[in-house]
Design a protein around this ligand. Structure first.
Ligand code: ADP
Ligand code: MG
Length: 353
């Protein structure tokens, strides 16, 4: 899906390269954290993937395209397959939520009918039902980032790049956004998220590529491809596939809600929170490979936390779920198979590993 081959990036007028001999490959369906301190080269990597910039040496291959040989006129088409989200949201301030999301589709000439269907769907997906007429300044930071995520997803990209998407958000809201990204990934979209916040990274138990001074310091998989073993166990029996991951994140959010309510003296166990990602445990797992070693969410048992050490200002965000009976929750509604899936029929950019 994404391959860096001995990539070095040297910006003009700087003495030290921003990236030096960076080599990694991201497979379809992976969730990868790109971590490192400020200035370590994370954004540079993401810009190279988007072909906003070119490497000084080495090759970047995205969606089967060697970006050195991708004609400039094809770049806009190429970028339709890659959604991006940034720390500062980058919403159009004078446009409503609906218009911000619809704009992406208007630019590429989608029909009004399609826009009228796709925008509400994606807004529901990110938990923004009923807020379509708001302006960005009438939303919280977390909601603004959800709009940005909806905008990035409305085109059904194969890859979602997120550059410090939680950088402007408080810890609780950051967890919400992380869970949303996990859910998007469970729907089949490859996610690469740059962050300097180790707390999330350790909690999520996904692959971590750490940069320091433009060099890859480590590239670790906390568990196998698509492994959800970092998520707390669910009793009694785990469900399989992408729906299971969606259900897990729903359960995690529900638990947070219950904990919050409990702290105020009145825990509700029946209610599914408004913004919670409802998941159909019986939904088909659209992009899950056949059952076996590579099956996402095929393992949900508990695992010890990794000993990854990042910045000293690590924020540990406790994500702990109680034993939740998913069947009893009545989690319905999320159309997991509508998420970021590509049917492979596009001939502009061919899907690849
Ligand atoms: P990060 O996103 O991890 O904070 P960046 O990729 O933004 O890191 O930056 C990596 C290094 O490259 C830093 O030393 C930064 O100052 C430098 N850099 C980034 N962009 C440019 C640019 N356009 N021109 C010159 N130097 C840059
Ligand atoms: Mg950056």
């Amino acid at each position: 899906m994404i391959r860096f081959e001995n990539v070095t990036k040297h910006y003009r007028g700087t003495s030290k390269p921003a990236l030096h001999d960076v080599d990694f490959e991201v497979q379809r369906g992976e969730f990868v954290f790109l971590v490192g301190a400020s200035g370590s080269g994370k954004s540079s990597c993401l810009r190279l993937i988007l072909r906003e910039d070119a490497p000084t040496e080495g090759r970047v291959i995205v969606l089967g395209r060697d970006l050195r040989t991708l004609a400039n006129r094809k770049v806009p088409y190429f970028r339709r397959h890659i959604g991006s989200v940034f720390q500062d949201f980058r919403l159009l301030p004078n446009k409503t939520v609906f218009q911000n999301v619809a704009f992406t589709l208007q630019v590429i000439g989608s029909s009004r009918a399609f826009i009228g269907q796709a925008v509400p769907e994606v807004l529901a997906l990110v938990g923004l039902e009923g807020k379509d007429k708001r302006l960005p300044h009438e939303l919280s930071g977390g909601e603004q980032q959800r709009v940005a995520i909806a905008r990035a997803l409305v085109n059904r990209p194969q890859v979602l790049l997120a550059d410090e998407p939680t950088g402007n958000l408080d810890p609780a809201t950051s967890v919400d956004i992380m869970q949303l990204l996990a859910r998007i990934n469970a729907g089949g979209t490859t996610v690469v998220m740059a962050t300097h916040e180790a707390g999330f990274v350790d909690q999520m138990q996904r692959r971590v590529i750490e940069l320091r001074g433009g060099v890859v310091l480590r590239d670790e998989r906390h568990g196998r491809y698509g492994d959800t073993s970092g998520l707390p166990s669910l009793a009694p029996a785990p469900v399989k596939g992408a729906a299971a991951t969606a259900a897990l994140t729903a359960a995690l959010e529900l638990h947070r809600e219950i904990s919050a309510a409990g702290a105020e003296g009145g825990a509700e166990t029946e209610r599914v929170p408004d913004a919670a990602p409802a998941a159909r445990a019986d939904a088909p797992a659209p992009v899950a490979p056949a059952d076996g070693a590579g099956s996402p969410a095929s393992r949900v048992e508990e695992r010890p936390a990794p000993s990854a050490e990042m910045t000293p200002s690590t924020r540990a965000i406790p994500i702990v779920a109680p034993p939740v009976d998913l069947d009893g929750l009545g989690l319905t509604g999320l159309d997991v198979d509508r998420l970021g899936l590509d049917d492979g029929t596009d001939d502009e950019v061919g899907p690849t590993s």
